[in-house]
Structure formats: C-alpha cells, structure tokens
Design a protein around this ligand. Structure first.
Ligand code: ATP
Ligand code: MG
Ligand code: FE
Length: 370
C-alpha cells in the first residue's frame, strides 16, 4: 500500500510516504531554532510552528515522491504520546485530509513507529548501491522473533519487547523522571553549552576524562534491582534527575573553591554515567527476556558513545544490534507511514476520524481501534 505518514508530536513536522516497505520520501521541518533561546521546547511555539509548516511539508513530500493525494491508499498520523497541542495539529490535518479524500486513517503510536521504521528496505545510495548504514537490517517487513527496542530521545527512555509490531508490544522498563535527552539538555545548560545539549556534550566529552569524576548511576542499588529471580521494583528502569543534581553540585563545589570548572571532564563523566546505565540495564532486560535482536532509536541514538558502548555490550552478550540511519532515528513522518503500511498489510482496520490525540498513549496501543 501507498501510505502517507504525518508526525507532529514534538518539534518536528514530518510527512513521509512509503510504498509497502519502500521509503519514497521523508520530509521534515523542525522548529528547534525557535526554541533555542528558551533552552527547551516551548509547546505553544511548537504547535504554531506545525501549523505553519504542515502544508508546505506535505506538498514537498508529495512532489518529491511524484505522487498525488488521490493515489495514496491510506493516511497514518501520530496520535500519541507527545505534546497535546502539537499532536492536535497533525491529527486535525490528517482528519481533514482523510475526510476530503475519503481515504482510511490510522491513528498511530509514536514509540512503536520508531521501531516500525526499522522495517523499511535499505535506501539506494547515490551510486545506486544500498546507502551504507541505511538499513536497520531488520529485514523488509519481517521482524526477528525476539526483538527488543531501546528508544532514547528528548522525551523518552524506554526498553520494549516486540513480539508483533502490529499487536504485541510490551514495555519492559522506562525512565521514572527525566528522559536521557532531557538530562543532556539540562546538564548542557548547567555547563553553559546551550541548547540542544546532546551534540555539544557529545563533542566536548571527547576532550575530557570520563573517569575523572564518578557520577551516580540511578536505580542500580539492590533494593531497586532485586535479583534475576526476584526482580526489584525498578530493575529495568532509569532515573536521571539525581545525576543532573550531582552535576550541578559538582560545578558549585569547583566554583566555591574558586577553581576553574573542568567542563570537558564533567561532560565526559556525565556522558559515561548516562550511557553506562542505559546500556547496562537495556542489555540486562534483553538477556532476561530472551531478546536476541535490539533496535536502537530516538534522537540520542546520534550519540557517539551510546552507539559505541551499545555495540560493544551487545556483541559481548550475543545480541544483534540494529541502528537505523540517523534521519530515521529522530522524529519523522516516514516512520509513521512505515507502521501504517505494516498495519494495513497485517489486515488491521483503520481508526476512523472520531479519535482524539492522547499525549500519554501507552505503548501497548499500537494504533487506535475504530
Ligand atoms: P521524542 O522524545 O518525542 O521522540 P524529541 O524531539 O524530544 O522527541 P528527538 O528529536 O528524537 O527527541 O531527539 C532530540 C534529543 O536528542 C535532544 O534532547 C538532544 O539533546 C538529543 N541529542 C541529539 N544529538 C545527540 C547526541 N549526539 N548525544 C546526545 N544527545 C543527543
Ligand atoms: Mg525533536
Ligand atoms: Fe520520537
């Protein structure tokens, strides 16, 4: 099926078009620049930006794919989780398109779509051969039997088990406070590195010594972890707010002593703490739940150290790691279209046009039933 996907859950307005598992276009407009001076995404600004960007993004996507709205078989839209006002813009646009064209509409879970994107075929590169690193390697349309997904972004840090992408997704663990990307952004602010903080810390950390300071790994004490037999209450969960506080304290202490703040060392030590605890808990969850293939997604998947350590630890644990190309890891419309196509191919019916966006849509709801 030819599916148009719409994404507007945060600060990216995305429209993507797929034919089955073939990616035709992925057009994204981001309002990131408008949030820079506030040091974080301002929901009201993001919603207005979606309103401005939607029609041009749609037109560009259709134009690039060389298809018309009439030719589209179905429309898919992110209906949650995300910022309520931002979701509303994409959902209203999708409903209007569906009503005007008479096409079926699928209301889709954003987090599951991050996994669904891994099912797209490798893109041809400029030389006609598959784009190096473009394939997540999940196999077109066919998921590995024991698949897990580690989603790490500005809004989410979650480990999922996917038995079936269209009907059986389970949340094994998640952050109980800040998301990992949020922690990067907050720490970057403390260190005076600006917004978004992830790329800045990633870069600066290369000049620092990650072992110079030991920052806490949240929820790793025995009372939270328990044992393999008797699992503690937060065995596969993360917490990053204590880490952020520890960084703030550390900076204060250097300042109180009148010393120069070793910003690169702090960045490196912070990054090591985040990446160490994300990967150790994710791998533990995989091992204890029979997961043999792991997909890494979300904007923080751009992080060089996260990629490196996840790769190393997956290799040691005998887990096959799949990382989609970066433009498909961050929020985009193609992932929504990709999951929509999977639902259609699995015979799942559309959602109708009565649904409302749900900012806290649970990951177990892959798409909204009619
Ligand atoms: P959602 O949580 O809904 O998926 P989002 O817009 O918050 O959406 P993304 O766009 O996927 O998340 O990712 C943005 C986040 O990724 C920001 O918090 C940013 O700091 C972080 N990030 C980007 N590049 C890097 C990097 N190299 N290292 C660490 N973090 C990064
Ligand atoms: Mg974003
Ligand atoms: Fe996302």
């Amino acid at each position: 099926p030819l599916v148009l996907g719409i994404e507007s859950s945060c600060d990216e307005t995305g429209v993507g078009i797929v034919r089955g598992t073939t990616l035709l276009t992925n057009t994204v407009s981001s309002s990131m620049e408008e949030h820079v001076r506030f040091g974080g995404v301002i929901p009201e600004i993001a919603s207005r930006a979606h309103l401005d960007a939607f029609v041009p993004t749609l037109q560009e996507s259709l134009h690039e794919a060389g298809v018309t709205l009439e030719e589209i078989d179905a429309i898919a839209v992110t209906s949650g989780p995300g910022l309520a006002g931002a979701l509303m813009v994409g959902v209203c646009a999708a409903k209007a398109l569906a009503v005007a064209t008479g096409k079926p509409l699928y209301a889709i879970n954003h987090l599951v779509a991050h996994v669904g994107v891994g099912l797209l075929d490798p893109r041809p590169g400029q030389d006609g051969k598959p784009d190096a690193g473009a394939a997540a390697g999940l196999g077109a349309g066919q998921l590995p039997e024991n698949l897990g997904a580690l989603l790490v972004s500005g809004g989410h840090t979650e480990i999922l088990r996917i038995r079936s992408i269209t009907e059986d997704v389970e949340l094994l663990g998640s952050t109980i406070d800040d998301a990992a990307g949020e922690a990067y952004d907050k720490v970057a602010r403390i260190l005076g590195l600006g917004y978004p903080g992830g790329p800045a810390i990633d870069k600066l950390a290369r000049q620092g010594n990650p072992k110079s300071i030991r920052f806490p790994r949240g929820l790793t004490q025995p009372k939270y972890m328990g044992t393999a037999e008797e699992k503690g209450p937060h065995r596969y969960d993360w917490s990053f707010s204590g880490l952020k506080t520890a960084v703030a304290r550390c900076v204060e202490q250097f300042e109180a002593r009148g010393e120069d703040v070793p910003v690169a060392d702090i960045a490196a030590a912070f990054q090591e703490a985040v990446v160490d605890v994300i990967t150790s808990k994710a791998i533990l969850a995989c091992k204890e739940n029979g997961i043999t293939d792991l997909l890494l997604g979300g904007g923080v998947a751009a992080n060089s150290r996260l990629r490196e350590l996840t790769g190393q630890r997956c290799t040691s644990a005998g887990i096959k790691l799949h990382v989609p190309p970066l433009d498909l890891c961050t929020d985009n419309g193609a992932m929504v279209a990709a999951l929509g196509a999977q639902l259609i191919m699995a015979g799942v019916g559309p959602s109708g046009v009565e649904f409302a966006p749900d900012s806290s849509m649970p990951v177990t709801t892959v798409s909204v039933p009619a």
